[in-house]
Design a protein around this ligand. Structure first.
Ligand code: THU
Length: 132
């Protein structure tokens, strides 16, 4: 599974977004060590604060499918912006499952070039299960 393929799956997932309030579709596709991939899109609600992000939807799909291997990377895409960075809550969700392992966030810039970030770059000094 190449980064381009992962990004394409995130793009396809963004077509399914339910976002009548923000009109900001987001798609995500997460790859696990097993080779399995899971997609998600954002799902909004008339009670605005209940919106579910694409990334957390993708992770929930993986958990619900019984995925037990470690997550390796996630592609995130919105047709409304270049480099659709994951929100803070989603970064903390990545942290929960990626643990200490290398986890990459794959985005597309305005020149349609793939840009990669490590979770450590996007969420340094994170709260984590070692502290509990
Ligand atoms: N959104 C995501 O799906 N992922 C993010 O990381 C940031 C924001 C969604 C939530 C809401 O439906 C819309 O984008 C606008 O905030």
């Amino acid at each position: 599974m190449t980064d381009e393929e992962l990004l394409n799956m995130a793009k396809n997932a963004s077509n399914n977004a339910y976002c009548p309030y923000s009109e900001f579709p987001v798609g995500a596709c997460i790859l696990y060590e097993s080779g399995n991939t899971y997609t998600g899109c954002n799902v909004e609600n008339s009670s605005y604060g209940l919106a579910l992000c694409a990334e957390r939807n993708a992770i929930s799909n993986a958990i619900a499918a019984g995925e037990t291997s470690s997550p390796r990377k996630i592609a995130v895409y919105s047709p409304k912006t270049e480099k659709c960075f994951p929100c803070g809550a989603c970064r903390q969700w990545f942290q929960e499952f990626a643990k200490g392992q290398n986890f990459e966030i794959i985005l597309e810039d305005k020149n349609l070039k793939i840009i990669k970030y490590s979770l450590n770059e996007l969420l340094p000094y994170s709260f984590n299960t070692d502290m509990l």
